[in-house]
Design a protein around this ligand. Structure first.
Ligand SMILES: Nc1ncnc2c1ncn2[C@@H]1O[C@H](COP(=O)(O)OP(=O)(O)OP(=O)(O)O)[C@@H](O)[C@H]1O
Length: 239
């Protein structure tokens, strides 16, 4: 047993070419914890998710269960139980719903295990079950986001990184998605790290918050302390 956070980054820096976007980020997510990263457009939230999941190079340290993991590839982070729902719905648009889920479950082992896991997600997202044979690219935006989430969860991750899953979706669909994520997290102990513009919903489901400004952590604390902070409330919740 270790008391170390499931995922921790220390002094994380990352960017594109010569341009550094993230400046010495320190952040952690504990086992089963729900944490949100808030920040304005361009603050570096997606860059942070990409760096933590091995999609872009970084300097500084990434630790899983207290052990530095060097510069892992995304599949190596997945093997450690960390799965990403990328911004813009990470579905394989030419494959049908079932095959998308099958790809997500590649590491599970036997076909029986994969089929059982697909059935589990069809139970959680009945709308996907009704569209099991539909090509993913023809699903509605909300359905594609459900599929992207279910696909990322097919690997039974310990931590799900979600990059702005509410983007471009109707409020009712967003509420449904957040409700499902909250339930899945509570029932299976999956930790969540959510990057969100929708601060209201994110603060409802998260216990801790990091606020990113111009590529650096401007503040962090409990969701309650963020709600009680007048400046943050006005800037991010609009009241
Ligand atoms: N592939 C890229 N190449 C070069 N610069 C990039 C690339 N992706 C992002 N950037 C730049 O990095 C900075 C941070 O962008 P990022 O997408 O991480 O912000 P964000 O907080 O996720 O914003 P948003 O909420 O608008 O999605 C921005 O200035 C952006 O222009």
């Amino acid at each position: 047993m270790t008391d170390a956070p499931l995922l921790e980054v220390r002094g994380l820096r990352a960017g594109y070419g010569q341009v550094n976007v993230l400046h010495d980020i320190d952040l952690s997510v504990g086992t089963g914890e729900v944490v949100v990263v808030l920040g304005a457009n361009g603050a570096g939230k997606s860059t942070l998710m990409s760096a933590m999941s091995g999609l872009i190079p970084h300097s500084g340290e990434i630790l899983v269960d207290g052990s530095p993991v060097g510069h892992p590839r995304p599949d190596q982070m997945l093997a450690r139980g960390i799965s990403l729902v990328p911004q813009g719905r990470g579905t394989l648009t030419a494959l049908d719903v079932t095959d998308n889920l099958r790809v997500g479950g590649t590491g599970l082992g036997s076909k029986k295990d994969v089929d059982e896991e697909i059935d589990r997600w069809f139970g959680i997202f009945p709308r996907l079950a009704e569209r099991a044979d539909q090509i993913a690219g023809t699903l509605s935006g909300g359905e594609q986001q459900m599929l992207a989430i279910a696909r990322a969860l097919m690997s039974r991750p310990r931590l799900l990184l979600c990059d702005e899953i509410s983007l471009g979706l109707a409020p009712l669909i967003v509420q449904e998605l957040f409700g499902t994520l909250r339930r899945v997290s509570a029932e299976s102990g999956t930790a969540l790290l959510l990057v969100e513009q929708n601060a209201e919903l994110a603060l409802d489901i998260a216990s801790r918050v990091y606020l990113l400004e111009v590529g650096a952590v401007a503040s962090s604390g409990t969701a309650d302390s963020f709600r009680e902070n007048n400046n943050i409330r006005q800037a991010y919740l609009g009241y």
